[in-house]
Design a protein around this ligand. Structure first.
Ligand code: SF4
Length: 265
């Protein structure tokens, strides 16, 4: 789960974001009703939260390392580990490859499950070294579908992490699903035939334009909403930008998801 990764947004950032307008123009001609609803949700979030500039990393290697470290821990813990790795000259897969498991564990101790995560980082570094001459750029140059399969075959890379890497390092239009996304859209009244990662991902990708910048910002906005407003307990619906669109918020029970959700497929 991701927390507090947004950089400071100023008014100039908002004024320089023509993407939203481009997408609305596109929906009027060739997207379906669900796509229009998804873009309306996006627009409401965008208007409230602005451009969040994900992923907060200076290099693709830092992004991938962060995507492994953030598994099951708050982002603030990851920042500590990233800074320590940077200070130690280990914030690269070459650096990780040349660092012992024991030393790596010490560097990332702030991220919980640090022994397992050190193994995952070493596995990724070894994979790059053995299969791509140590070059992340080589790996990321593979087309999206085969790259996703390849990433999922690396130890420690699950679906969410693979899609993070595809979207935020390879800049491919692969929609990222996480706990926040599922909770928010279930409360909005959407329900897939099977509540599984691939169903949710396919649904978003079927109904949204395959635009990496849109997917980038959409996931960041959902993270912001899920972390600050649409929380597991006592969601703050009264100040949520999606309140007027949300089945949960307008339910008489106000605590249960509607019995007649939108069909996903
Ligand atoms: S209105 Fe409430 S339940 Fe609906 S998305 Fe917003 S915070 Fe979540």
């Amino acid at each position: 789960m991701f927390h507090n990764r947004a950089r400071v947004v100023n008014q100039r950032d908002l004024l320089e974001l023509p993407l939203q307008v481009q997408l609305v123009d596109k929906t009027s001609s060739d997207c379906n009703q669900t796509g229009t609803q998804l873009l309306a949700i996006y627009s409401s979030l965008q208007e409230s939260f602005g451009d969040l500039h994900w992923w907060p990393a200076d290099t693709d290697e830092e992004m991938v390392i962060g995507s492994i470290l953030v598994q099951n821990v708050a982002w603030k813990n990851v920042v500590q580990a990233i800074e320590l790795l940077r200070d130690q000259g280990r914030l690269s897969f070459r650096g990780i490859f040349e660092t012992s498991q024991e030393e790596l564990e010490k560097s990332i101790r702030s991220t919980r499950f640090y022994r397992t995560k050190a193994k995952k980082l070493k596995a990724f570094a070894t994979y790059l070294n053995d299969r791509h001459d140590g070059s992340l750029k080589n790996l990321l140059s593979i087309p999206m579908h085969p790259l996703r399969i390849e990433l999922l075959n690396i130890y420690g890379i699950g679906r969410e992490t693979a899609d993070d890497i595809l979207l935020y390092a390879a800049h491919q239009p692969s929609f990222v699903i996480d706990t926040y996304t599922v909770r928010i859209f279930e409360r909005l009244g959407y329900s897939p035939p099977r509540n599984e990662y691939e169903f949710w991902r396919s649904w978003f990708m079927k109904h949204l334009p395959a635009e990496p910048r849109l997917f980038n910002q959409y996931h960041a906005l959902l993270d912001r909403l899920g972390h600050h407003l649409c929380t597991t307990h006592n969601p703050r619906c009264s100040i949520c930008p999606l309140q007027s669109l949300c089945t949960f918020a307008i339910s008489p029970k106000n605590g249960s998801v509607s019995s007649s959700p939108h069909a996903l497929f």
